[in-house]
Design a protein around this ligand. Structure first.
Ligand SMILES: [Zn+2]
Length: 241
């Protein structure tokens, strides 16, 4: 067999092994990526929920403080009521008390609303924390699984990659380019034998003249139909294999 073809065949064998290793990883890398981005979103949601809760609590404290200030003011006015001398003074203090009561009412209503909102917000924080914990667990499991698979294949992959490099070094750049171009769309089988006068990849008949060329010529000959690199395998070589 021609040396160039022999080298390309070796490359093909290695590439198929590398493909198998890649498939063993499956969709784990994408899954890890996906879980990771969900994890980031969950963290963001939790942060947003926590800051809304903090805002509500601040607002609640402000309202409570105001209620207490108003109550103090009201109490003072009520005490003043005993000391008033004139009707005019009495009316003024009474008005102050009424205004304070109105404001306290309004503030107490806001307080109730805020307490409701705070309860909801706390619930949201709790849910977001639970969701995040579950996602962190998922992420942990998925990445551990991937890490194990990668680790198991790492050595194999490394030696195959090294082997591939040393073989690729022996192959003409032009040939390598052709090989790489066919490799992807042809599902990792850029080289095929001629079987009973037909391309072993697409089964299109190959004219005898061309078959001769594949056998004799030193250049690479591609199937005119599917574009794969054709090679000839002698009977003896077949039986050795
Ligand atoms: Zn073909």
């Amino acid at each position: 067999m021609k040396e160039a073809i022999q080298n390309l065949l070796q490359l093909q064998t290695i590439d198929r092994k590398l493909d198998t290793l890649e498939r063993a990883k499956g969709d784990l890398p994408q899954k890890v990526q996906q879980v990771k981005s969900e994890l980031e979103k969950a963290r963001e949601t939790l942060q947003n929920n926590e800051s809304s809760l903090t805002e509500l609590q601040k607002e609640l404290r402000r309202v409570e403080l105001e209620i207490s200030t108003l109550n103090t003011k009201k109490k003072k006015s009520e005490e003043q009521l005993y000391a008033v001398q004139t009707n005019k003074e009495y009316d003024a203090v009474t008005l102050e008390i009424e205004q304070a009561i109105e404001k306290i009412d309004a503030m107490e209503n806001s307080e109730i609303e805020l307490l409701d909102k705070e309860k909801d917000a706390s619930e949201q924080v709790k849910l977001a924390k639970e969701a995040l914990a579950k996602m962190e667990d998922d992420f942990q499991k998925t990445s551990v699984k991937l890490a194990k698979t990668i680790e198991a294949n790492a050595d194999k992959e490394k030696s195959l990659t090294e082997e591939r490099k040393s073989i690729a070094n022996k192959i003409k750049v032009d040939y390598l380019r052709i090989y790489e171009r066919i490799r992807k769309p042809k599902a990792g089988l850029p080289l095929v034998t001629i079987e009973r006068g037909a391309c072993g990849g697409c089964y299109t008949n190959i004219p005898p003249q061309r078959v001769m060329e594949v056998r004799e010529s030193d250049r690479l000959i591609l199937c005119e139909h599917c574009g794969r690199i054709l090679y000839w395998q002698d009977e003896e070589e077949l039986t050795i294999k």
